[in-house]
Design a protein around this ligand. Structure first.
Ligand code: UT7
Length: 311
């Protein structure tokens, strides 16, 4: 039986030039490289750019990787929590920079947003779209209080993108699981014009729980076990969260894509940044099952299993 669906045919990333190290925070806040490294795994992050400029750079590279022109794109979905303007959507600015065809919209599901956007893009392919550009881009430095050690050290700016193209034979998005628990909103939020407010320990506990449950859900829907997964690409918030979820799921760390030591938590960008790093370093081959898993403010979560297949 054939099932029209999508596959990932291109990817790309963008990071601002300015590197902010743990030593930079140590120099001006009551914190230390050892605290940040031990509690989070983060060593440095990047600050700068706009959500649109980073998104456009990542999107352009993903198009080049897929061998497509911008006008070939029939839909652009931009996942972001940090739009440059209230209106229009930042995706409009990105569309203008790149010259993509078709429609464009922003999607906000916080740090779970990229997988939400990929699943939404996959749904549009099932409805007939042939080529969808999915971008995750965030500039969290602009909504983080740089004098608050509890949050300042965690977040960074960046973007990552993938191209989804129609696969007439088999949907390579094997399964997905999207969820939200709006009652958990008070543990992580940002008011208009304000800074991110977070109860770190609560977010940590809930994050591990939803990552494990959501990953189990997608494994079950795809009729796979954890041993069938070649690579896990988790949201890059905290190495200890990833380790705790992996331990409960039985996933070894060497089967996990990690970039947070160099990027910090980049929200919507974190999963495509980690995916691109793994793909660029030859860690993926056709036929590999990749488990994506995100969580974020809302509280939202999102998982998907994608069979890697560029051809
Ligand atoms: O994308 C989703 C967004 N957010 C997250 O995923 C964050 C989830 N949470 C976490 O990653 C962790 O909870 C944190 C990294 C935020 C904090 O680590 P923790 O091990 O949960 O530490 P804690 O909040 O329990 O704080 C322990 C201590 C506190 O001091 P006292 O009360 O024990 O004296 C904090 O004030 O560490 C202190 N602290 C710091 N010390 C040095 C908090 N931030 C810092 C800091 N440097 N930057």
């Amino acid at each position: 039986m054939t099932t029209r669906g999508s596959r990932i045919t291109g990817w790309g990333t963008a990071l601002p030039d300015r590197v902010v190290t743990n030593a930079d925070f140590e120099a001006r806040l009551d914190t230390s490289d050892s605290w940040i490294t031990e509690r989070t795994g983060i060593k440095e992050r990047r600050f700068g750019g706009t959500t649109a400029s980073l998104a456009a750079e990542a999107g352009k590279k993903a198009l080049e990787c897929a061998g497509l022109l911008a006008q070939d794109i029939e839909l652009l979905i931009l996942s972001t929590t940090t739009p440059d303007l209230t209106t229009p959507a930042t995706s409009s600015v990105v569309q203008d920079i790149l010259g993509t065809g078709g429609g464009a919209f922003d999607l906000n599901a916080a740090c779970a947003g990229f997988v939400y956007a990929m699943v939404a893009g996959g749904g549009m392919v099932k409805m007939g779209a042939n080529r969808v550009l999915v971008i995750g881009s965030d500039t969290l430095s602009k909504i983080t209080d740089q004098d608050d050690r509890a949050t300042a050290v965690l977040f960074g700016d960046g973007a990552g993108a993938i191209v989804l193209e129609a696969d007439p034979i088999e949907d390579k998005i094997l399964s997905y699981d999207l969820g939200v628990d709006g009652s958990a909103m008070p543990i992580l939020y940002c008011n208009h014009g304000g800074y991110l407010t977070m109860e770190g320990r609560e977010v940590f506990k809930k994050a591990v729980r939803v990552m494990v449950e959501s990953s189990k859900n997608v494994l079950e829907s795809a009729k796979l076990t954890v041993d069938d997964i070649a690579l896990v690409v988790p949201h890059q918030a905290n190495l200890r969260i990833i380790e705790a979820a992996n331990q409960r799921l039985g996933v070894p760390m060497d089967k996990t894509a990690i970039v947070l030591d160099k990027t910090g938590n980049t929200s919507s960008a974190s999963i495509p940044l980690a995916l691109s790093d793994a793909a660029d370093s030859g860690r993926l081959k056709d036929g590999d099952n990749v488990l994506f898993c995100g969580f974020g403010a809302g509280m939202t979560w999102s998982s998907a299993i994608v069979r890697w297949s560029r051809s």
